[in-house]
Design a protein around this ligand. Structure first.
Ligand SMILES: Cc1ncc(COP(=O)(O)O)c(C=O)c1O
Length: 328
């Protein structure tokens, strides 16, 4: 993650394009006190080969955002298609020529004390340059957390609710302080749920296994990409079934998936090597396929990506004074 974020970045707040410096909320905002927001994380990957920025599966992200907002009864006043259009506009105004992370956030915005929600909702979309989230080229050392994954009947893990990320923050913080790169959380039944900010896959006997969406996991879009690529391009059986903790210690390969982490191999769990503690060959293959797909190198998966840069407008001066001051 970049150390500093440029305050001149252009962001979208309630449909208006303004600078990050100007985009402010009051300290009594409901979501700030009670966690009543729903967010998304979307990537756009820069391809040097095509001199193009590719936005990855925006419609799927925005459909999930709207569905999840419905769980908290937050109204997002636009369709997934128009949210995608706003995002394209935002990326173009910022003139990014590097890989980018996009953070849509919808939240309860009334400024008052009291946990009951009302109909005052706001939304923001922020895009920022973004590199690797976890340094995973040599493989990660993950630790099973003593914190349990939040249960659907407490705070739905599938809903990407701001307040739910206290669970992820507690687990990540503990994991890092104990010398691990990432936490793996078990659910209340004691089965493996997911990483603090990512889904989990294990390989056993050339079968790819991941917990079903009813195990208190986020219904990951990278998870869906991986399942599709593994089935169609590698011919693997992909099985959704509960995973026991001790299976992590005896599996052949293990990896984590997410918009931010991409596909991150895990080579050690709880101080035990996964197989011979080297990145597994199926993990390597799926990871390569994923990066080929998101960079537009696989024709069959061009449908996952939306080009951002209008090449014919490339040389024209930029119309917006805000974008001009950002100067990318
Ligand atoms: C808890 C959690 N699980 C899984 C994921 C992966 O989901 P996706 O692949 O849609 O980014 C994320 C990240 O968004 C997450 O926060």
């Amino acid at each position: 993650m970049p150390a500093e974020i440029d305050p001149n970045l252009i962001v979208c707040l309630n449909g208006e394009f303004i600078s990050l410096r100007e985009a402010r909320v009051g300290i009594l905002t409901h979501a700030l006190h009670y966690g009543t927001g729903v967010f998304e994380g979307i990537r756009a990957y820069w391809s040097d080969a095509e001199h193009q920025l590719f936005l990855l599966r925006p419609l799927e992200h925005y459909r999930r955002w709207k569905q999840n907002c419905g769980i908290l009864r937050i109204d997002v006043p636009m369709t997934a298609e128009s949210a995608t259009d706003i995002t394209l506009e935002l990326l173009r105004r910022n003139r990014f020529r590097t890989s980018v992370y996009i953070r849509p956030l919808a939240f309860k915005s009334a400024e008052r004390v009291g946990v009951a929600t009302d109909a005052e909702d706001s939304f923001a979309i922020i895009a920022m340059p973004f590199g690797e989230y976890l340094r995973s080229d040599k493989g990660l050392h993950a630790g099973v957390s003593s914190w349990r994954r939040i249960d659907d009947n407490a705070i739905p893990a599938r809903a990407k609710i701001c307040g739910a990320y206290v669970n992820s923050a507690l687990a990540s913080d503990d994991a890092r302080r104990s010398g691990f790169d990432e936490a793996i959380l078990l659910n209340e039944s004691g089965h493996v749920a997911e990483g603090a900010t990512c889904n989990l896959f294990m390989v056993r006997d050339r079968k790819l296994i991941t917990p079903p969406v009813t195990e208190n996991v986020l219904e990951g879009i990278t998870r869906d990409c991986v399942m599709t690529l593994a089935r169609r391009e590698v011919g693997l059986d992909v099985i959704e079934r509960p995973i026991d903790r001790s299976e992590l210690y005896i599996c052949d390969e293990l990896f984590l998936t997410g918009t931010a982490v991409g596909i991150a191999p895990v080579v050690r769990v709880d101080h035990r090597p996964v197989r011979d503690a080297a990145i597994g060959s199926l993990t390597q293959t799926i990871r390569q396929l994923y990066f080929d797909a998101v960079l537009g190198r696989l024709r069959a998966y061009r449908k996952w990506i939306v080009p951002v840069v209008s090449l014919e407008l490339e040389e024209e001066p930029h119309a917006s004074s805000l974008a001009g001051s950002h100067g990318r």
